[in-house]
Ligand binder design. Structure first.
Ligand SMILES: Cc1ncc(COP(=O)(O)O)c(C=O)c1O
Length: 392
């Protein structure tokens, strides 16, 4: 007999939502009985990791009988060398992916009853990690037409209980950015009991001239922590490595929330090798920028509402219910991401892939929409109700 009923579950853990990732290629092959499936659903890189990283992993594998180093200085030294600008290893905190660093931030700055501010629609992990420690989310949503930030609304939402303001920049899932002027206004006017988390996981793909130099605020010792990930431009989503850059006092405090032996030998080896392979990073960024321009144009040609993206994905709104369009794409072996968990139930997000993958997605989308039109499937009508739970 189980003693489960006597256990005291932490209600915050028991009720916090669970993040749902994009479907895997293997699961869709099996479910739809297909041989050839492409995944454009999780903002991953379509390229294999740097060959230097793969070689470093192979070499490090022989020593896996040993624990990894307790400290992460070797990696933080190479991060400081790579980022430069006067950063030192003391500015960095590493984690098992950016999501782990977000958990560390929530655990370090939020207690029961505290508040975090998010600007929906945005990356759901902010809300999940904050709820898990009993904090409450306060919303200062993006402008619903252009998905731009409203700094006055963010500052207006701050209370004495606010501890963290999450700025996703570029924002997932809209691909839009906060400008340098807006960031400056936020940093200069946020009260000193608040830490601004600038999640710049996709910063490598930004071409906009008015993108903030958030590092300058960190180097001035402002209450700002930047988040970076190796899962995007470094092609290492499966490895799990991310880091924060913050003023040393904040970084030192945040790293107290790390697990013991939080990174494996393989992560140290691959992370350091990847940072040294600038050519691989540049290849991935160039591929993304050309694919992004091509995909945006194609979606526009299909007369679909598309938002200008500064990232490696594009948000669009199909004319039919998004879940039905996603299903039709799956039948054609193309996985994209329905946005219901991202506060946008009527939208889809497609990740920029290889040129042939982008072409296959557009062809599958065209076919799906034509078939739905021919079958007389009911259109998604832009009423207040159908725009989704959060008015978008
Ligand atoms: C905005 C944003 N931040 C952080 C992450 C975390 O990435 P990871 O945990 O893979 O480093 C993601 C992943 O999709 C993201 O979209």
């Amino acid at each position: 007999m189980s003693n489960l009923s006597s256990l005291q579950f932490n209600p915050h853990v028991a009720t916090s939502p669970i993040y749902v990732g994009g479907a895997s290629i293997e699961s869709i092959k099996k479910e739809y009985n297909l041989d050839d499936v492409i995944k454009l659903a999780s903002n991953e890189s379509p390229l294999a990791p740097s060959p230097l990283a793969i070689k470093a992993i192979q070499e490090a594998a022989a020593n896996l009988n040993r624990y990894p180093p307790m400290g992460d200085e070797s990696l933080r030294e190479v991060l400081a060398e790579t980022i430069g600008r006067g950063t030192t290893p003391d500015h960095f905190v590493t984690g098992n992916g950016g999501c782990d660093v977000l958990s560390m931030m929530a655990a370090s700055f939020l207690k029961q009853g505290d508040e975090g501010i998010i600007c929906r629609p945005t990356f759901p992990v902010y809300e999940i990690t904050a709820q898990r420690v009993g904090a409450r989310m306060v919303y200062a949503d993006l402008n619903p037409d252009h998905f731009t930030y409203d700094v006055k609304a963010i500052l207006g939402a701050v209370t004495e209980r606010t501890r963290l303001i999450y700025i996703c920049n570029p924002n997932n899932p809209t691909g839009t950015t906060m400008t340098a002027t807006q960031m400056e206004m936020l940093v200069n006017n946020a009260p000193t009991h608040v830490l601004i988390v600038a999640d710049e996981a996709y910063h490598d793909f930004v071409t906009a001239g008015d993108y903030p130099d958030t590092l300058a605020h960190v180097l001035q010792g402002k209450n700002v922590a930047i988040l970076h990930s190796f899962s995007k431009a470094y092609s290492l989503a499966g490895l799990r490595l991310g880091y924060a850059i913050a003023p040393p006092e904040i970084a030192r405090y945040l790293s107290r929330a790390r697990e013991s032996f939080h990174l494996s030998q393989l992560v140290f080896a691959a992370g350091i090798a990847s940072l040294r392979d600038r050519a691989h990073l540049e290849k991935m960024v160039a591929l993304t920028l050309s694919g992004r321009a091509w995909l945006s144009q194609q979606l526009t040609n299909l007369r679909l509402p598309v938002w200008p993206s500064q990232s490696n994905f594009i948000l669009f709104k199909p004319p039919f219910p998004a879940a039905l369009v996603s299903e039709r794409l799956l039948q054609r072996g193309v996985i994209v991401r329905p946005m219901s968990q991202f506060y946008l139930p009527a939208y889809l997000r497609v990740t920029v892939g290889l040129p042939e993958e982008n072409e296959r997605f557009i062809a599958a989308l065209q076919e799906s929409l034509a078939a739905m039109e021919a079958e007389g499937v009911a259109k998604e009508v832009a009423t207040e109700e159908s725009r989704g739970e959060f008015k978008f």
